[in-house]
Design a protein around this ligand. Structure first.
Ligand SMILES: Nc1ncnc2c1ncn2[C@@H]1O[C@H](COP(=O)(O)OP(=O)(O)OP(=O)(O)O)[C@@H](O)[C@H]1O
Ligand SMILES: [Mg+2]
Length: 410
């Protein structure tokens, strides 16, 4: 420091001696400062540009990756059935079974029977194991969205509503009580009764009112839409129920998979049978402490395989038959709640004419009556509109029995 100060001193002295030189040096110094500033700006700019280049090249490689993905051939989806040394038996999504090789880098523990995998289109080698996420069908079953049906929308089913709550909800909300009394809570509840009397609606209302996860699935869909996959879907459904417990599984139209059959010879039958076996083993497999209740509905209970009705499976049966006199009136009231009724309408009398009707038929009477009022230009639904509605439903009933093949044997 000292020497630099001394040097400046001396140069100042020389400059002081020669004023013309002093001007030049001032200019040079200004130039120098400008250049230094400029260098600084350029350096910053360079840094910014370099940064941009790295970002752009990253983006380019991402886009290239996307492009490769788009160009890559589609993979076939299949299910592992068994592992045989260094090869696997897989069933592709169209149902054919193959013995294929697999990517040796796949973790052995993920490659187990039942795993969903992708297969190379040409060689059918297993490329990866798809185990994240649930099967779209299971995930899309009416699970998370609660239906907008409420118990108050059901007429004449008070007893059934309380038995259903007791059998399906109580074990989930108060498992200790069952333990204290030393009994096993009911596992499966079967809603049984003729069509159109509110079985599906009852289960939906329970779904709406319960805090438990509600997983709903329709038996006929399992049997028809997902051929070859039914067993797996049942297993996934129960796995999901376990994961999200407490939960209620609802299997509507269980007769589609649970009917007793004569010797099954067609492959479709065998497949349905496999789905049923899976269901039975899942029902035996969960313990009452797992927080799962199973409800099923059928209108052909006499057709169900007896194995389903054994203790520990669907051992609680709630029968939902056609409504009695009071029930009919309740249902009429529910369905006419928003209908403008003329003064001459006496729901009690109409109810008498609807005796023996199912809930769905009573609803249809109201719809027909309202239609008839609309077409005659009235502002309200009158007694004669209802009479017409009842007559129409009665007529439909008789024509239905005539065309129904069952009628041939009566
Ligand atoms: N008890 C009831 N109270 C009010 N409405 C009812 C009742 N029962 C049936 N309904 C009406 O009938 C329709 C059909 O009922 P739902 O689908 O629940 O019958 P289901 O018993 O499941 O018949 P299926 O055996 O054919 O499946 C409902 O949408 C509802 O409008
Ligand atoms: Mg139903």
């Amino acid at each position: 420091m000292a020497s630099r100060a001394a040097r400046e001193e001396s140069s100042n002295e020389t400059l002081a001696e020669d004023p013309s030189k002093k001007g030049d040096i001032d200019l040079l110094r200004e130039d120098f400062e400008r250049l230094a500033d400029r260098t600084q700006t350029l350096l910053t700019e360079k840094l910014l540009l370099e940064n941009e280049v790295t970002q752009l090249s990253k983006r380019a490689s991402r886009l290239e990756e996307d492009l490769r993905h788009l160009k890559s051939p589609p993979l076939v989806v299949g299910n592992v059935q068994d592992i045989v040394d260094d090869r696997a038996i897989v069933k592709s999504s169209n149902g054919t079974v193959f013995l294929v090789t697999y990517n040796p880098r796949l973790e052995a523990s993920t490659l187990v029977p039942g795993a969903r995998v992708t297969l190379n289109q040409d060689t059918l080698s297993i490329i990866e194991v798809l185990n994240d996420g649930w099967d779209p069908l299971v995930a899309a079953s009416e699970i998370i969205e609660k239906p907008d049906v409420e118990f108050s929308m059901l007429g004449g089913l008070d007893k059934q509503i309380s038995s259903l709550k007791e059998a399906a909800e109580l074990p989930l909300t108060n498992p200790e009580a069952f333990e204290r009394f030393g009994i096993d809570p009911p596992r499966g509840v079967l809603l049984s009764g003729p069509p159109g009397n509110g079985k599906t609606m009852l289960a939906k209302a329970l779904a709406n009112s319960t805090k438990a996860t509600f997983l709903g699935i329709v038996g006929s869909e399992l049997a028809q839409k997902y051929i070859g996959e039914g067993g797996r879907l049942v297993r996934e459904l129960f796995d999901m129920a376990r994961e999200r417990s407490p939960s209620i599984i609802f299997i509507d139209e269980i007769d589609a998979i649970g009917s007793k059959r004569l010797d099954s010879t067609t492959s479709g039958d065998r497949e349905v049978h496999r789905t049923l076996m899976q269901l039975l083993s899942e029902m035996d497999g969960f313990s009452s402490s797992e927080g799962i209740s199973v409800i099923a509905a059928t209108n052909r209970m006499e057709l169900l395989d007896k194995a389903l009705l054994r203790p520990g499976r669907f051992d609680r049966i709630i029968s939902i038959s056609s409504p009695d006199k009071d029930g009919v009136k309740d249902i009429l009231e529910i369905h006419t709640a928003k209908v403008p009724l003329a003064k001459d309408v006496d729901l009690g009398k109409i109810a008498k004419n609807c005796e023996g009707f199912s809930g769905a038929e009573i609803k249809a009477v109201v719809t027909e009556a309202a239609m008839s009022a609309i077409s005659s230009g009235g502002k309200q639904v009158s007694r004669s509109d209802f009479e017409e509605g009842v007559a129409r439903i009665l007529k439909e009933r008789t024509s239905a029995t005539k065309t129904n093949p069952d009628a041939l044997y009566q």
